[in-house]
Design a protein around this ligand. Sequence first.
Ligand SMILES: Cc1cc2nc3c(=O)[nH]c(=O)nc-3n(C[C@H](O)[C@H](O)[C@H](O)COP(=O)(O)O)c2cc1C
Length: 301
Amino acid sequence: MSKKILVLYYTQTGQLEEILKSFLEPFSGSEHELEMIRVYPENDYSFPWSGKRFFREMPECASGSVVPLKPFSLKQKAYDLIVLGYQPWFLSPSPPVNSILQNADVKSVLKNTPVLTITGARNMWISALERIKKSLKESGAKHAGNIVLVDKAQNHVSVVTICYWMFSGKKDKFMGFFPKPGVSEHDIHHASVFGAIVKKHLEKGSWSELQNELFENKAVVINYNLMYTELKGSRLFGIWASIIKKKKNKDAWLVLFKYYLIIALFIAAPIILSLHTILVRPFIGKRVKKQFNYYSGVNYN
Ligand SMILES: Cc1cc2nc3c(=O)[nH]c(=O)nc-3n(C[C@H](O)[C@H](O)[C@H](O)COP(=O)(O)O)c2cc1C
């Protein structure tokens, strides 16, 4: 039986669109009706970013800001599946994604509808997804699956290469020897495997086993050190954001935040992580297992 699928997403560089197109390959030529909506902010973010503009987004993202979107309309009143493409910005959903989730028409179709979330991130997406899950729950959606594509380079390497990409606009090898930034072409291409899995469950009309199968096929891979760093970082970003939002000289504070971030990422985090790995992690096995299970699924507290 033909199913109605709505795909909603924002993308700045086009990476998430490439991922979604690959993911949707198994649906092309099928009997299913696919509606793909790429949203655009009224005032889109200029790309490449300037350093100032980039860091100005931090308090906005951490405080869950929305931005006005160019009008869009949905063809249907109800869907069999909604695919939501999102990207984390400063460990929170990007403001255009928040805006999608706050749109009245979207909220109305989300109610009682299975939703699949999919991201193309650097490597820290957990806190953003937690916020998205909160919005999905408020709209009465049924979160059926989650797919995560990340830059698999070592964390500090991907910080360097994503900065090069974001500030130059070039998705190529920084200085000729760094790896290419972002999700690899291989992984983008491989997203069609996840599409085939989702299609199978959609046609069966049963979602209970979807995330298990996606997980078995490595659609979500949890890295403990990244998870630990991100969960700490997300709390700290929240504190910084609430301080900066109240300040008159925000730009000066954002310069301070930028240096804090560099020191935190390249000096403090590796020291704290090493101490944690030696002194704490061996004794919190059960808690770690619980966290792994929780974040690799589509679970709600
Ligand atoms: C302002 C900004 C902040 C970002 N913060 C994060 C982040 O916290 N975690 C992460 O994994 N990726 C982060 N990224 C990378 C994006 O999630 C995404 O991978 C990249 O921007 C490409 O997405 P696109 O499809 O919108 O072009 C950030 C990107 C931008 C522009």
